[in-house]
Design a protein around this ligand. Structure first.
Ligand SMILES: *Cc1c(COP(=O)(O)O)cnc(C)c1O
Length: 454
């Protein structure tokens, strides 16, 4: 059968994160203060984030050193393995070579601890006692719960209500790591109360949960806010994925023509793709780079590239990104981690520059691919990750139709062991391919803030 698994020794865990800002042909648009419309400075963000993370938001340095205590924790599961999906290739009868980087080997089962550990470390260093955050499907909440516990921080998680009800085991995992988890919208914040007054049956959204978590951090001196995706420093922390994958592709004697990741806020996609894109922008090989999103929340493919708020209650600064409007609430599809109205400014910028392409898929097609993958490769993908699997399968079938042999690399961002209800629903034929609500999208887009600087 030939080689199919590429592992690196612990001393190959990268010593630096890769900062793509150093290689961009055009800089990112500045982050704006929602009141003044002027670019914000580090001090404006100080109530919410530790200074180390704020400086990582804006630095132009290409390599950022990973603190040794963070690498020490990474050793629990890193370097993550890279696999060649030989059995899937056989099933598809494709001339393409398919590889995947598997991030499901982390304690919480996804890529998210890569940044959770770094953020917990920097907060601890700066004397913070408590972290406040939101979670969609529960992946981020459980990752921060794990990391916060290691560094002795109290963690409070606002979990989107639909997931809180669908995924009780994720909540149990957060509690196992010692975190506190409440359903959002909640009665614990002004933002939550305002939503509930208007929509008592609200199933919540990431935008609402972010408002609640930000509010708690803004009102408490000993508490900072922690975000699991979207921001530059979060994407930065994920670049160890792509750096390891580059070395492993070399071990395999191969080089990807196509690089794929699913995109909710953009962090696992960026983590794999940015080191490859950086190489390309510095004169290296040109690759096809694809971000995959759900058709029910089509931020990159149907959204507008404009300044918007990161949350529903408009407590965050304005960032320029692809957005469906901060009041847009996507339908309750199972890939909860992909249900965000916005997209990371860095990924949005790269799409606008034509360096990254975006596709959107309906969920049943993604589960078809996820089940096909599980039966061939043994790993059950998280519902979010099935979007990347589907794109890889489609590209491999395209190679077959065209009679071309390409090398495809995708990020398997996590396993689906806590999401088996989604698979049960899929097998029972209960999954619906909901499109987004066109009227709701129009209404949310009409609410976009007016920004003079544009
Ligand atoms: C959270 C999550 C995602 C989506 O978030 P990104 O920041 O876009 O990576 C994708 N896959 C898994 C398994 C997740 O937990």
């Amino acid at each position: 059968m030939g080689d199919y698994k590429y592992t690196l020794s612990e001393d190959r865990i990268p010593k630096h994160w890769y900062n793509i800002a150093a290689d961009l042909p055009e800089p990112l648009a500045p982050v704006l203060h929602p009141g003044t419309g002027q670019p914000i400075g580090p001090d404006d963000l100080a109530p919410l984030f530790p200074m180390a993370c704020i400086m990582q938001e804006v630095t132009q340095e290409r390599e950022i050193e990973i603190p040794e205590p963070v690498r020490e924790v990474y050793r629990l599961w890193r370097p993550a393995p890279l696999y060649r999906a030989r059995r899937l290739e056989q099933v598809l009868d494709t001339p393409a070579r398919i590889y995947y980087k598997y991030e499901g080997v982390s304690p919480s089962g996804s890529h998210k601890p890569n940044t959770a550990v770094a953020q917990a470390f920097y907060n601890k260093e700066e004397g913070v006692k408590k972290l406040s955050t939101e979670t969609g499907a529960g992946q981020w909440g459980s990752s921060l719960a794990f990391a916060g516990n290691l560094f002795g921080l109290e963690v409070n998680v606002f979990m989107v209500k639909v997931s809180f009800e669908q995924k009780p085991y994720r909540r149990a995992l957060m509690e196992t790591y010692g975190a506190r988890c409440v359903a959002s919208p909640s009665m614990e914040t002004e933002s939550g109360k305002a939503i509930l007054a208007e929509h008592p049956d609200s199933t919540g959204s990431l935008g609402i949960a972010i408002s609640e978590a930000v509010e708690v951090a803004a009102k408490n001196d000993d508490t900072k806010y922690s975000l699991g995706s979207v921001l530059n420093h979060v994407l930065l922390h994920q670049t160890i994925i792509g750096q390891e994958a580059m070395e492993q592709m070399e071990m395999a004697g191969d080089d990807p023509d196509i690089v794929i990741g699913c995109a909710g806020g953009g962090s696992n996609f960026a983590g794999l793709a940015f080191p490859f894109l950086g190489q390309q922008m510095r004169g290296g090989k040109k690759r096809q780079v694809i971000a995959v999103e759900p058709a029910a929340c089509p931020t990159l493919t149907r959204g507008t590239f404009a300044y918007d708020f990161g949350d529903t209650a408009h407590l965050t600064p304005l960032v320029k990104m692809h957005t469906l409007g901060s009041t847009f609430i996507p339908s309750g599809i199972h890939a909860g981690g992909l249900r965000y109205h916005g997209m990371s400014p860095l990924v949005s910028h790269l799409v606008a520059l034509g360096l990254v392409e975006a596709v959107a898929y309906h969920q049943t097609g993604c589960f078809d691919a996820g089940v096909q993958f599980a039966r061939a490769e043994g790993i059950v993908p998280a519902p979010e990750s099935t979007h990347a699997v589907k794109a890889a399968v489609d590209q491999a079938l395209k190679c077959k139709a065209e009679g071309t042999s390409k090398t495809i690399l995708f990020n398997l961002s996590g396993h689906g062991h806590f999401d088996m209800q989604a698979y049960t629903d899929y097998f029972a034929g209960k999954l619906k391919d909901e499109d987004y609500d066109h009227a709701a999208l129009d209404a949310a887009m009409a609410d976009l803030p007016q920004v003079a600087a544009e």
